[in-house]
Ligand binder design. Structure first.
Ligand code: ZN
Ligand code: ZN
Length: 280
C-alpha cells in the first residue's frame, strides 16, 4: 500500500475563504492524482493555525493573522469525502492539555505532529526567521531537535511530520558545526520511547535543501531504534500528490523498511509498502 496523509487542500497563506478549496471538485483533483500515482489511502491534514480554535493553544502573531477557518466545518467537510481526516498540529510547549482537548473532541483518523518554531521564531518561515533573530545554527538545531523530542514524547500525535525540517533552507542558512547525529539523538530516543510513526516526507525535495525528510543518517538511527514510518508528500496542490515517491520508496527499501503505517480513527496498523498500480 501507498499513503499520502500529510497534505493540504489549500495553499499556505492564501487569504481567500476556505470555500474556494474545500470543494468536491478540488478533492476530486487530489483523488485523481492519487489514483494515477497508485496511492490507495489519501488523507488531508490542514495546518492547525488556519483554524480559529488554534488560538486556544497559542497566540503567536502569525497564528492570530492566519486563524480564520472553523475546525468543525473542516472536519464535517472532510467526512463527506473519501479522504481520511487528519490535521497537522504544532507541538506547543505548555499547551499539551489544551491540545489534547482540542484533538480528542474530533474524530480524526490521525494527527500529524510538527515543530516549525523554536520559541517564537520559525525554522521555515522567512517572516519569523530563527537564524536571522537567533544567529547560532548549533543553538537553532539543538533547540529544534529538543522540541521535536518533546513533540514525540507528548503522546499527542500519531505521526512526526518532516522530522528534520530545520534543514529546509539547505546551504541558504548556516549549518551547525557539530555532526547532525548529535542533534538527532534525543529525538530518536523520544521516537523509540513513544512509538510515534516517523514521516518520510518528499516535501524536502521541493525545498532549497532538495532532499527527503528525514536525512539518511537520521532515518537509519530511527530504524535501529525500531521506529515505524509513514509516507507523505505534504502536497499543497493536487499535482504534488505522491510527488517524488519513487525516491522515497527507494530510500525506504535501502533502509530495509517494508511496511508503512496506516491509520483509521487514530488506530494504527502496518501494511506492506508498495504501489497499487499493476496489482489489480
Ligand atoms: Zn509542516
Ligand atoms: Zn504540511
Amino acid at each position: 500500500m501507498l499513503t499520502d496523509y500529510h497534505l493540504h487542500l489549500r495553499p499556505d497563506e492564501d487569504g481567500t475563504p476556505p470555500e474556494r478549496y474545500f470543494t468536491a471538485e478540488n478533492v476530486d483533483r487530489y483523488l485523481a492524482a492519487a489514483e494515477d500515482a497508485g496511492i490507495a489511502e489519501l488523507g488531508v491534514s490542514e495546518h492547525v493555525h488556519r483554524f480559529r480554535q488554534a488560538l486556544e493553544l497559542w497566540r503567536h502573531p502569525f497564528w492570530e493573522e492566519q486563524a480564520v477557518d472553523d475546525l468543525d466545518a473542516y472536519c464535517e467537510f472532510v467526512r463527506r469525502t473519501p479522504l481520511r481526516l487528519g490535521i497537522e498540529c504544532d507541538f506547543v510547549p505548555g499547551a499539551e492539555d489544551r491540545t489534547a482537548s482540542m484533538l480528542e473532541a474530533r474524530d480524526f483518523d490521525y494527527v500529524v505532529g510538527s515543530v516549525h518554531f523554536v520559541g517564537t521564531e520559525a525554522v521555515d518561515h522567512p517572516g519569523w526567521d530563527a537564524w536571522e533573530r537567533r544567529g547560532d545554527p548549533d543553538e537553532v538545531w539543538r533547540r529544534y531537535f529538543e522540541a521535536l523530542a518533546e513533540c514525540a514524547r507528548s503522546g499527542l500525535f500519531d505521526v512526526l511530520a518532516h522530522p528534520d525540517l530545520v534543514k529546509v533552507w539547505g546551504s541558504g542558512r548556516p549549518l551547525p558545526d557539530r555532526d547532525p547525529r548529535h542533534y538527532y539523538e534525543p529525538a530518536v530516543e523520544a521516537i523509540a520511547e513513544s512509538g510515534i510513526a516517523v514521516e518520510v516526507s518528499t516535501a524536502g525535495l521541493r525545498k532549497p535543501v532538495g532532499e527527503l525528510y528525514p536525512a539518511p543518517a537520521f532515518a537509519e538511527m530511527c530504524v535501529e531504534a525500531g521506529a515505524c514510518f509513514s509516507l507523505s508528500s505534504d502536497a499543497h496542490l493536487p499535482e504534488q500528490v505522491g510527488y517524488g515517491y519513487d525516491r522515497a520508496l527507494a530510500f525506504l527499501a535501502e533502509l530495509g523498511v517494508g511496511e508503512i503505517a496506516v491509520f483509521e480513527r487514530r488506530a494504527r496498523r502496518l501494511e506492506p509498502l508498495g504501489a497499487a498500480v499493476g496489482e489489480n
